[in-house]
Design a protein around this ligand. Sequence first.
Ligand code: HEM
Length: 426
Amino acid sequence: MFVKDQHAFDPSDPAFLEDPYPALNGLRERARVFYDERRERWFVTRHEDVRACLRDKRLGRNFRHLMTPEEIGVPELDQRWSAFWATERWSLLWLEPPDHTRIRKLVASAFTPRSVEALREPARALARELLEPLGEAGRMELLYDYAQPYSIAVICRMLGVPLDRHRDLLDWSHRMVKMYEFDVPEDNAVAANRAAAEFTEYVRALIADRRARPRDDMVSALVGARVDGERLSDDEIVSTVIVLLNAGHEASVNTLGNGMLAFARHPEQWTRVVDGDVPAVKAGEELIRYDPPLQLFERWVLADGFSIGGLPIPRGQKLALLFGAANRDPRVFERPDEFDVGRENASQHIGFGGGIHVCIGAPLARIELEASLDALRSCWPAFELGSEPRRTGAFVIWGLEGLELQTPAVGSSASETSTRRGLDPS
Ligand code: HEM
């Protein structure tokens, strides 16, 4: 049931990255949890255990509120990347209660069902506005031309962040999220740190502007908010805005890219969506289950007495929860390797996490995905791949470099560059 196997899993192996699911399936069936000596962490593979870990209060995304790095034998944060760590310091994804509870409550007050619902029509209109001309052109690079400008526009609208710098926002975000991978090369850390510094400066200017001239938007709300009589500090607002902007598009973009690739490989499933046999909202859940945009999240063991299936895992140890393995667990999903957009229980996927860190943007992500699939099915009822897509080389943030799509009538002249319309200010 348990293996202690340092060679069990190598997410940097190109063969693994080509298609990780056979390896993830094998690991899950051999062991519900295994220790990787090279990476010094326990990998959790099965749906039931991943789900339980996400909700277990003895586990946390951080340990620093309870233990020192020295106490548990991990290095201090590398101060060469201090600008990056400063943006993490007050991020919801870095915090545990009580700080997490305090800031999450404030952010949640902006993500009420009513305020998210108010974005539904604008999200639908924007999807059509972007996709119709691309459909007429007959070809597009889905991520660059559509998914990135689309998702960034939706989250910027919610936050009240102007769109003129949207390519900078994407660039900062892409560089920063590389820090969540295993074995971060120094070049990537330098780039992430520089991105964090620039992003911080940008958000600080935005905060100053909203403080002087408040508007009806989330940045102004965060600037004006009081919790128990206390205002949020500028550092707290910077981290919150950055995590919302970054989390608010990276996963949504990759869900659509991974999903449309799955449709390209299974055109009969696309036909079910195009014909209206399966509503877009339902198909969206299968997209997240079948090829999730986030493959792994980590937790620290914060208390004594923690175990998985009877195996004790000591305080101070690190767990990595394998979402992709859990989403293909045959104990929960029948024929789990089949892409079936009509799957009845697809929404039991782990894709949005669970427990106190459960994705706060999930209702918005669902609206975006539904709007995109609906617009795609009317503007792109038939499509084929313009070229064979490549994975980014990252595992945790799981996506494609790009996805060239074309309408079949255009033929095979896919080598020309795509239309690059998107929301480019030019
Ligand atoms: C399909 C798209 C998305 C997926 C699959 C996704 C997935 C996730 C997951 C798995 C977590 C939990 C991480 C953990 O437990 O360690 C999370 C947290 C979070 N997500 Fe999403 N997300 C998506 C879209 C969004 C959007 C659109 C937003 C913002 C509008 C957003 C904002 C956040 C934030 C702020 C957190 C941190 C919450 C906390 O720590 O309390 N996400 N997301």
